[in-house]
Design a binder for this molecule. Structure first.
Ligand SMILES: [Cu+2]
Length: 211
C-alpha cells in the first residue's frame, strides 16, 4: 500500500512540476522596459529627436509589418500627437516626437516580446516647452501612419456593406475551438484518473494476492 501512495505522490508531483513550468516559464521570458524617452515622471522642456522604449531583449516582428506594436502620445484632454509611424530596431520601439501646449502627457506603448507575447504599459510625463519649441495641434483620434486617424479608417459596425454572417461564423468557429480545447482537457483528466485508478486497483490486487 505504501508503494501505491508513493507512486501516486510521484505522479502528482510530476504533474505539478509540469504545470508550474507551463505557467511560469513564459512569464520569465517577457521583455521588460530598461530605458525610455521620456522617463516616467520626467519634465521635458525641449522635444527629443524621438520618443522611444527600450527593452532587455530583441523585439519580435516576424511578419515585418509592425503588427502588435504601437506608441501613442496623448495630452490630458485625450488629444493625440505624432504621425502614427514607428520604427522597430533591435530592442527599441520609437516614433517621431511632437507635442502640443504645456501640460501633462501620457505615452502608451505596446510591443511583442522575444517570446512572442505582447507587453504594454504607459509612461506619464510633463511638457514645459521652452519658448523656441514647436507646438503641434492635437488629433481627435490615434494617428494612422500614412495619414488620417485609425478611427476614420475603421468602418462603422452597422455599415450596410458589412458581412455579419462571416463575422458570426468566425465567432462560432472560435467557440467551437474553445469547446474542443475544454473537452480535450476534460478527456485528458478523465483518462489520467482512470489510469491511476486501474494502476492503483491492480497494485492493491497484486499486494493482496502476494500477502
Ligand atoms: Cu511571454
Amino acid at each position: 500500500m505504501r508503494r501505491v501512495i508513493r507512486a501516486g505522490a510521484a505522479f502528482g508531483a510530476a504533474m505539478l512540476a509540469a504545470l508550474t513550468l507551463l505557467v511560469a516559464a513564459p512569464a520569465y521570458a517577457h521583455n521588460y522596459l530598461v530605458e525610455s524617452t521620456p522617463l516616467e515622471g520626467e519634465t521635458l522642456t525641449v522635444l527629443p529627436d524621438e520618443f522611444s522604449v527600450t527593452t532587455n531583449d530583441t523585439l519580435l516582428d516576424l511578419a515585418g509589418d509592425g503588427g502588435g506594436f504601437a506608441i501613442q502620445i496623448l495630452d490630458s484632454n485625450g488629444g493625440y500627437y505624432g504621425d502614427g509611424c514607428f520604427t522597430i530596431r533591435d530592442a527599441t520601439l520609437s516614433t517621431g516626437a511632437t507635442l502640443g501646449e504645456a501640460g501633462d502627457y501620457r505615452m502608451l506603448w505596446q510591443l511583442v516580446s522575444a517570446d512572442g507575447h505582447t507587453v504594454s504599459d504607459e509612461i506619464d510625463f510633463t511638457w514645459e516647452p521652452d519658448v523656441d519649441q514647436t507646438i503641434s495641434d492635437p488629433l481627435s483620434g490615434p494617428p494612422a501612419c500614412g495619414g488620417g486617424t485609425l478611427e476614420e479608417s475603421t468602418p462603422p459596425p452597422d455599415s450596410a456593406d458589412a458581412v455579419p454572417d462571416e463575422a458570426d461564423s468566425e465567432a462560432a468557429t472560435a467557440d467551437a475551438g474553445t469547446i474542443v480545447l475544454v473537452g480535450g482537457a476534460i478527456a485528458l483528466v478523465l483518462i489520467a484518473g482512470v489510469a491511476i485508478f486501474l494502476i492503483t486497483a491492480k497494485r492493491k490486487k497484486d499486494e493482496h494476492d502476494a500477502s
